[in-house]
Design a protein around this ligand. Structure first.
Ligand code: AGP
Length: 609
């Protein structure tokens, strides 16, 4: 996620804002820039790459300013280049803008502006937003009003900071679904995308609400709500230390990223799942290609592989299209069969996993079209695929992948829905799937409220010698992921499989004290799963079930129950049910005193085979 910083006051402003975005480095970025006020107007310095590249430019320029803003960019639209780095000017050069998030309607706005003679230097949605503000400013002559009017024309999740040559004593900022915090000083004021960037200067903070617009001057912070009604800034005192602040006040990055999932799913769907219940994936293949594919091969490792298993379930149930999900580490050694009409989907959070990159190259040699589902923009896998869809989940710091998994599953669902728009598909399933996908962030939000109940379950099972993860249908795919989480951060041995497989061998492992975690989110198979639950309990096992809140049968058979909202689509219910499993693994690991964000023997990006 990008870093945003702003300052107005007696200090050397560029030094302050550069220090601020340095404190946001942990959020990940690939370019950075500053804008600052001079007697000649607003100057901009910006550079791709690491912050010290920008630092060198600042060193050479030696700016002396008392108003500035800075941005570290996590590329979403347009690669990590100097031109695409923020800030961006409007057409007149009188307005400069930095922004976080995604502007969904940037394309149509940009085309309309081009038809009026606007010229763009970058491929970013941010520059389009700057031109929209500049157009409003040219018409109204009022800086703050121009920002208000422009924001009403923008659609998407964004936080924006704007400076204007003609009003060098103020910074205007807007929050629309992407975090923004204000820092209150004595004769100076600050803003940032995250609290750590404020703490060295002030602990008096205002968290902007959705839709708020703020005007910062040296001695005042003016705030108004989405309707333009003035509101009193609600000041809070932050007593976190800096390290805690980088985790948003959470103890570990993993729990921070688990709780970010409603936001990361919203960002993943933004601009793709449209209000008219259609799916737009413009940056991929032609309609003819989408119609031509007659098989899907999914290549990935670890958690990304488990997301692929969920994708298989969605593609096969919605499109009746054959899907093979293959371990990337095996693919190239198995003399694979790849055909010209295959769509090969390559899933990778880091975009650098050596096994997955090698498998991608073999698939391309086989003549198939390749589509990347990647989180890190501009990574090797993203660059080598024929087309790429970014998960927009923001940087995932913890080695244990959580928000990337749910974003990958959501994106696979979007791809299946997109294909369904161009070929025969089950209409009723399509409607149910799209409606529940839209509600996925809310479903996940509801699951996060179970945290305390899950802590209590974790306290009871944390010393278990072996944990089974079981389910049927898409729940079996999620069981694989729940098991991996428990293994990799709590170091507890697990046995994961479709629930029906127990009687073919694994049941021999069930003795007193063994725990079995069942996902039960599909009513048609519920009776069968309950038989499996009874098999475990009859042999002394303890059973934890993750059930739909509408399920009144399974809880009676369970020792512990975790409820998720009732969800009509089994695929979306299964994706949602991973959140309790992530929380369960996290709390068991925490209670066992494990090193959660950096588990032993593992790395965040496995760039060796
Ligand atoms: C998952 O929690 C692990 N960190 C690991 O299995 C990971 O998913 C795997 O190494 C693939 O990484 P990638 O998504 O970056 O390619």
């Amino acid at each position: 996620m990008c870093g945003i910083a702003g300052y107005i006051g007696p200090r050397e402003a560029v030094t302050v804002v550069f220090d601020q975005i340095t404190r946001l480095e942990y959020r990940g970025y690939d370019s950075a820039g500053v804008a600052f006020g001079t007697e000649r107007g607003i100057a901009v310095l910006k550079k791709a790459g690491k912050l010290n590249n920008l630092g060198q430019l600042i060193e050479n320029e030696k700016p002396a300013a008392h108003i500035a803003m800075a941005h570290s960019r996590w590329a979403t639209h347009g690669g990590p280049t100097d031109e695409n780095a923020h800030p961006h000017y409007d057409q007149s050069g009188r307005i400069a803008v930095i922004h976080n998030g995604i502007i969904e309607n940037y394309y149509e706005l940009g085309e309309a502006l081009k038809s009026k003679g606007h010229e763009f230097r970058s491929q970013t949605d941010t520059e389009v937003a700057a031109h929209v503000i500049g157009e409003e400013y040219a018409e109204s002559g009022q800086f703050v009003e121009a920002v208000r009017r422009a924001v009403r024309r923008l659609r998407g999740a964004f936080a924006m900071v704007v400076m204007c040559i003609d009003e060098p004593d103020k910074i205007v900022t807007v929050r629309n679904a992407s975090p923004l915090v204000l820092g209150i000083g004595e004769g100076e004021n600050f803003l940032a995308s995250d609290i750590p960037a404020l703490l060295p200067y002030t602990r008096e903070v205002v968290i902007m609400d959705e839709g708020d617009l703020a005007v910062l001057t040296r001695n005042e912070i003016y705030l108004e709500d989405a309707e333009g009604k003035p509101k009193l800034p609600k000041k809070i005192h932050i007593d976190w230390d800096i390290e805690a602040a980088e985790k948003g006040g959470h103890e570990h990055f993993m729990i921070k990223e688990i709780t970010e999932q409603p936001q990361s799913i919203r960002q993943c769907l933004a601009g793709r799942l449209l209000k008219d219940e259609t799916v737009a994936l413009p940056e991929t293949f032609s309609i003819n290609d989408w119609k031509r594919f007659d098989r899907v091969i999914i290549l990935a490792c670890g958690t990304a592989y488990h997301a692929g298993l969920l994708g298989k379930y969605v593609f096969e149930s919605l499109l009746r299209m054959p899907v093979e999900v293959l371990y990337a580490s095996e693919f190239r050694y198995n003399n694979p069969i790849v055909r010209a009409n295959d769509l090969v989907i390559v899933i990778s959070q880091s975009g650098e996993t050596a096994d997955t990159l090698a498998a991608l190259r073999v698939a391309k040699e086989g003549g198939a079209k390749t589509l990347g589902i990647v989180n890190v923009v501009g990574s090797n896998i993203a660059r080598e695929c024929d087309a790429v869809l970014y998960t927009q989940a923001g940087p995932e710091i913890s080695v244990a992948s959580t928000k990337a998994y749910t974003a990958q599953a959501a994106l696979l669902t979007l791809i299946a829905l997109h294909m369904a728009q161009h070929r025969a598909a089950d209409k009723e399933k399509y409607q149910r799937l799209i409606a529940e996908l839209e509600r996925l962030p809310d479903h996940i939000e509801a699951c996060l409220k179970n945290n305390e109940a899950i802590v209590r379950i974790a306290e009871h099972i944390k010393d278990t010698p072996l944990i089974f993860f079981l389910g049927r249908g898409a729940d079996a795919a999620v069981a694989m992921e729940g098991a991996l989480k428990m293994k990799e951060i709590a170091y507890i041995p697990t046995q994961e499989s479709p629930a029906g497989e127990m009687k073919h061998g694994p049941l021999a492992l069930v003795t007193d004290g063994v725990v079995a975690v069942f996902g039960v989110t599909n009513p048609p198979t519920r009776e069968k799963v309950i038989s499996n639950i009874k098999e475990i309990k009859a042999r002394g096992g303890t059973v934890v079930t993750v059930v739909l809140e509408s399920d009144t049968v399974t809880p009676a058979e369970s020792d512990y129950v975790i409820r998720i909202p009732h969800i009509d689509s089994h695929a979306i219910a299964a994706i949602t049910s991973v959140v309790p499993l992530q929380l369960l693994a996290y709390h068991v690991a925490r209670l066992r005193g494990c090193e959660i964000d950096q588990p032993r023997n593992l790395a965040k990006s496995v760039t060796v085979e």
